[in-house]
Design a protein around this ligand. Structure first.
Ligand SMILES: *[C@@H]1O[C@H](CO)[C@@H](O)[C@H](O)[C@H]1NC(C)=O
Ligand SMILES: *[C@@H]1O[C@H](CO)[C@@H](O)[C@H](O)[C@H]1NC(C)=O
Ligand SMILES: *[C@@H]1O[C@H](CO)[C@@H](O)[C@H](O)[C@H]1NC(C)=O
Ligand SMILES: *[C@@H]1O[C@H](CO)[C@@H](O)[C@H](O)[C@H]1NC(C)=O
Ligand SMILES: *[C@@H]1O[C@H](CO)[C@@H](O)[C@H](O)[C@H]1NC(C)=O
Ligand SMILES: *[C@@H]1O[C@H](CO)[C@@H](O)[C@H](O)[C@H]1NC(C)=O
Ligand SMILES: *[C@@H]1O[C@H](CO)[C@@H](O)[C@H](O)[C@H]1NC(C)=O
Ligand SMILES: *[C@@H]1O[C@H](CO)[C@@H](O)[C@H](O)[C@H]1NC(C)=O
Ligand SMILES: *[C@@H]1O[C@H](CO)[C@@H](O)[C@H](O)[C@H]1NC(C)=O
Ligand SMILES: *[C@@H]1O[C@H](CO)[C@@H](O)[C@H](O)[C@H]1NC(C)=O
Ligand SMILES: *[C@@H]1O[C@H](CO)[C@@H](O)[C@H](O)[C@H]1NC(C)=O
Ligand SMILES: *[C@@H]1O[C@H](CO)[C@@H](O)[C@H](O)[C@H]1NC(C)=O
Length: 851
């Protein structure tokens, strides 16, 4: 009889409310029978726990709990021992209490069902509960505060439901919690501070939960944490600094993605010695990447992509994903600065990709092959497009797979384009390069091929992701299944993209929404079957768009060129002494061009034509520092002190990078005004770095002569400076054209630093990072010891010296011009007059011809 009642009560409340009320009354009157039951075997489940289970079953409409059987017996719906992964449905008990006479419920799992409505507050009465899991359902409403009574609760998994509201304040009592997951919900409010009370917490997952930032700094006390994942915080809170997690030394996984974190990455992050996965992507982190970072060797995956770091290095350094990690730049037609885009051979007006699949011709269009296995930090380039995948599929025992083939039949008339798809756990980006300007139609072809529409848990999967075109969000929480009205069905979404700078970016991003464990753990994130991009205009005829070929640039020396995508470049020609070692040289150039820093001139690439080598550099609007200071009158720039200071600090930063931070340790040895180029903002960039390395067998820092210093080859200047310093008249060195317009303290610091750097003893010379600190005023300049006091200069020589100093720089140019030609590599500059990218002392015809 009770069985029958239970069945009736499971009818959907909304349809049969009146009948339900009736049965409920009837049911309540029979409860006494239930309380008397369940003395199966030796151990007994106390009546109040049975009642709580009953109440839960009633609230949930859960039909498979058979109250004629023992809830702790593991039968009749109380357990599904052979459950598919992701759909466990079990109650388990501990029956060892009171000399094995009493049972208590310790675990309830209701995973991957279609339960709706609020969590029954009666759960709070099962005080012995240790694990409570309701992942991948449709539960909604506010969490009952009664759950806060579960003082033994260790595992609380609420992922992928529709919970709303805030976490109840009573949750602060859940101090036994070890594992708390609330991703993919619709909670509101900030991440509550009460989390810091959970001092036993080891795993915390708040991804796409609906909660907003900031991450409460109080969680710093959770020192047992091994796995912390917070991502996709909502809200309009201001950017906050990196949370102070220095004491979470046991962290193995740290994901703080898209959390609006600003400022620098603190040094301690690089010192978390257990870290294996680190994802700080999609924040606003800036400044330098701490040097300690490059020492995290244990981590198999570090993602710093999409941030605002100052160092725009290569897209990838060892295990660190740096894709788009520096300023994201302007949105329309932006390119990712870390890419080494070789000159466009021609303009393109379309492309078609069979994402994740082999080349296929569909309706007359060739969809190109995209079967690269990809990886957690993978970038590869095809004809005029490229693709980037990021992230690991988490909690997945399978090897990561970034492509997928349909597991079941597709619906009729669905083309073979949809049989394979490209996947990515976090972000998946397709780039079009060398595109002609104009409006394009981007057609995105989707079909859900990982879920099924049968009765297995696989049919309960929900995939949601966001779509960005040219950096703009065009579709949030996109669901292929909903849009196509089912799985295995194709849906094409069209978007317009405006291309102005040659580049088109289509990005798919998983914002923590949708299920992550159906049909198996690790199934989530964007999925795309094919992409076609076609112009909304008639492209110009083929032959008018041939562009600069590698061959045509030969012979242009130190010239500016214009690439078809609108990038202005500078080309430098070197000629070969011997053809041997060309390959090594090209390898070397590859490595050098991977060295990127805001204060290094970007080397885009090189081409070899016979015995000529062309190096393609970024174009510098303001030419060289030499031209700005000492060039022909009409080219000189009136650089004020602040600009000069900025230039010096910039040079020092660039050198610090070369000496201390970059992968290849490089000593420039040839820093001079002609090798310092100025961009449109008069920010300095060092050129010709790395080339001097080409003749060195090893790349150690050994350097006995005074080299690589700003005044390196200028002993005369040093002597003057030393003399003036002794006389307390260092300011005499200041360029008279500055007048009184300078900061005395900065000038003195600058000169002192320069003198320090000119010391013949390497042990005394400061490191470049120390130089940067001193120039920026963050560190004091140690008082410089004058090495040679025995030869003081005569007072009457000062005036002479000063005159000399005013002209010396012009001489410096011609002197060093010659010196720079002494490079002993397999390659030398083409002639003795144009070794520099922007030669200073060419005749006026050159300057006229340039512009
Ligand atoms: C409920 O469990 C009893 C055993 O206690 C069993 O005889 C009965 O068939 C079960 N009912 C259902 C509907 O499974
Ligand atoms: C059952 O509970 C007892 C007493 O609290 C405890 O010692 C034992 O470890 C528990 N057994 C299991 C399997 O959790
Ligand atoms: C526990 O049970 C065992 C065997 O059933 C019995 O020998 C023992 O006396 C019991 N202990 C207590 C404290 O009741
Ligand atoms: C709770 O879950 C953890 C982790 O899944 C498991 O190791 C433990 O045995 C579970 N405890 C109980 C009482 O079910
Ligand atoms: C929880 O248990 C207490 C007694 O332990 C009882 O008074 C209360 O009504 C129960 N609450 C619910 C919601 O079942
Ligand atoms: C359970 O929690 C509720 C709400 O937080 C509280 O009012 C109640 O007193 C608690 N009951 C027990 C037995 O702790
Ligand atoms: C954003 O701020 C406004 C004004 O303070 C507030 O009304 C709104 O609720 C906030 N939105 C979110 C998502 O926090
Ligand atoms: C991130 O912070 C900025 C301020 O720095 C704020 O304007 C923006 O709305 C924040 N975004 C989110 C999602 O909180
Ligand atoms: C880390 O722990 C130490 C020692 O307990 C404490 O002094 C320090 O304040 C803690 N740091 C943070 C950031 O919580
Ligand atoms: C994939 O889809 C195609 C086309 O519907 C079908 O022929 C093929 O059998 C499917 N593959 C599997 C494994 O079901
Ligand atoms: C390109 O598209 C934008 C936005 O849809 C539109 O405003 C503009 O007029 C279009 N330009 C051309 C040349 O069609
Ligand atoms: C999408 O664009 C393609 C190519 O321009 C066009 O053939 C197709 O009809 C468009 N589909 C829709 C739904 O607009």
């Amino acid at each position: 009889m009770i069985v029958d009642l239970a069945c009736c009560i499971t009818f959907k409340v909304d349809k049969l409310t009146i009948i339900m009320s009736f049965w409920r009354l009837l049911f309540a009157s029979l409860i006494a029978f239930g309380l008397a039951a369940y003395a199966f075997g030796a151990a007994v489940l106390p009546a109040d726990e049975v009642k709580a289970l009953r109440d839960i079953a009633k609230t949930l409409g859960k039909t498979d709990w058979n109250f004629s059987a023992d809830p702790c017996g593991g039968q009749w719906g109380w357990a599904n021992p052979n459950a598919e992964e992701g759909s466990e449905n079990a109650v388990s008990c501990n029956c060892t209490f009171s000399n094995a006479t009493i049972c208590h419920v310790t675990s309830i799992s209701i995973i991957g069902n279609r339960f709706t409505g609020p969590i029954p507050k009666e759960i709070g009465n099962i005080s012995t509960l240790v694990n409570f899991t309701v992942e991948f359902n449709q539960f909604s409403g506010v969490l009952p505060p009664e759950l806060g009574n579960l003082s033994r609760l260790e595992k609380l998994h609420l992922t992928s439901n529709k919970f709303t509201g805030q976490l109840p304040a009573a949750f602060e009592k859940l101090t036994a919690l070890k594992d708390f997951r609330i991703g993919d919900n619709q909670f509101t409010g900030e991440i509550p501070n009460l989390i810091q009370k959970w001092t036993n917490l080891q795993k915390l997952v708040i991804q796409g939960s609906g909660l907003s930032g900031p991450i409460p700094p109080g969680i710093a006390v959770l020192e047992k944490m091994t796995d912390l994942r917070i991502s996709d915080l909502q809200g309009n809170g201001t950017g906050v600094p990196f949370p102070p997690l220095a004491n979470m030394t046991k962290l193995k996984t740290l994901i703080l993605r898209s959390c609006n974190i600003t400022g620098r990455i603190p040094d301690f992050v690089g010192e978390l010695s257990s870290l294996t996965t680190l994802d700080l992507s999609f924040n606003k982190l800036n400044g330098e990447i701490p040097a300690s970072f490059f020492g995290i060797r244990k981590a198999d995956y570090i993602d710093l992509s999409y941030n605002n770091f100052r160092n725009e290095s290569s897209c990838q350094q060892r295990n660190i994903n740096l894709f788009g990690s520096a300023s994201m730049g302007n949105v329309s037609g932006r390119t990712v600065p870390c890419l080494r885009i070789l000159p466009c051979q021609k303009k393109f007006y379309s492309f078609h990709i069979n994402c994740g699949g082999k080349a296929a011709t569909i309706e007359g269009n060739l969809y190109e092959d995209d079967t690269d296995p990809a990886g957690p930090s993978r970038f590869y380039q095809r004809s005029n497009w490229a693709v980037s995948t990021t992230g690991h599929f988490m909690d997945d025992s399978r090897p990561d797979s970034y492509t997928w083939t349909n597991a079941t039949k597709l619906s009729a008339n669905t083309s073979s384009l949809y049989m394979d798809a490209r996947l990515s756990p976090t972000s998946l980006t397709y780039y079009g390069f060398c595109m002609g300007s104009g409006n394009y139609t981007v057609s995105l072809h989707f079909a859900e091929i990982m879920f099924t529409n049968d009765n297995t848990s696989s049919s309960l999967g929900r995939r949601l992701f966001d779509i960005y075109i040219q950096g703009k969000l065009v579709q949030k929480n996109f669901s292929i299944q909903n849009e196509a009205s089912g799985v295995g069905k194709a849906i094409i979404k069209n978007f317009t993209a405006i291309v102005t700078g040659g580049a088109l970016e289509i990005r798919f991003y998983w914002a923590g929404k949708g299920t992550t464990g159906l049909p198996v753990r690790g199934v989530y994130g964007p999925l795309i079957s094919a992409i076609s991009v076609t112009p909304d205009f008639k492209p110009p005829s083929e032959n008018s768009s041939t562009g600069i070929s590698a061959g045509t640039v030969v012979g242009i020396v130190a010239a500016a060129g214009l690439l078809l995508d609108g990038t202005i470049i500078a080309v430098k020609q070197l000629s070969s002494k011997s053809k041997q070692g060309n390959r090594e040289f090209v390898n070397e150039i590859g490595m050098i061009s991977a060295l990127q820093h805001p204060h290094l001139v970007k080397l885009y690439g090189c081409c070899i034509e016979g015995d000529q080598l062309l190096l393609v550099y970024e174009y510098m609007e303001n030419n060289s520092l030499a031209r700005a200071l000492f060039g022909p009158e009409e080219y000189r720039l009136n650089l004020n002190w602040a600009t000069r200071q900025k230039i010096c600090v910039g040079i020092a930063r660039g050198l610090a990078y070369l000496h201390e931070e970059s992968r290849l340790k490089i000593v420039h040895r040839d820093i001079k005004a002609t090798n310092v180029l100025l961009d449109e903002n008069l920010d300095p960039k060092i050129s010709d770095f790395g080339l001097a390395r080409l003749d060195e067998e090893d790349n150690t820092h050994i350097s006995t002569r005074v080299a690589g210093t700003l005044f390196g080859q200028q002993p005369k200047i040093i002597n003057i400076a030393l003399f003036l310093k002794e006389e307390g008249a260092l300011l005499e060195l200041v360029d008279p054209s500055l007048g009184q317009d300078y900061n005395e303290e900065e000038v003195i610091t600058m000169i002192n630093v320069a003198l320090l750097c000119s010391n013949v003893s390497a042990a005394v010379r400061p490191t470049m990072s120390a130089v940067v600190s001193m120039l920026e005023g963050k560190a004091g300049v140690q008082d410089f010891e004058i090495p040679d006091k025995s030869k003081p200069m005569d007072e009457h020589k000062i005036e002479e010296m000063r005159k000399h100093f005013q002209v010396i720089n012009r001489q410096e140019i011609s002197e060093t011009q010659t010196q720079s030609m002494s490079m002993d590599g397999p390659w030398t500059a083409a002639s003795t007059s144009d070794g520099d990218l922007y030669p200073i002392s060419l005749n006026s015809d050159y300057w006229k011809g340039r512009d």
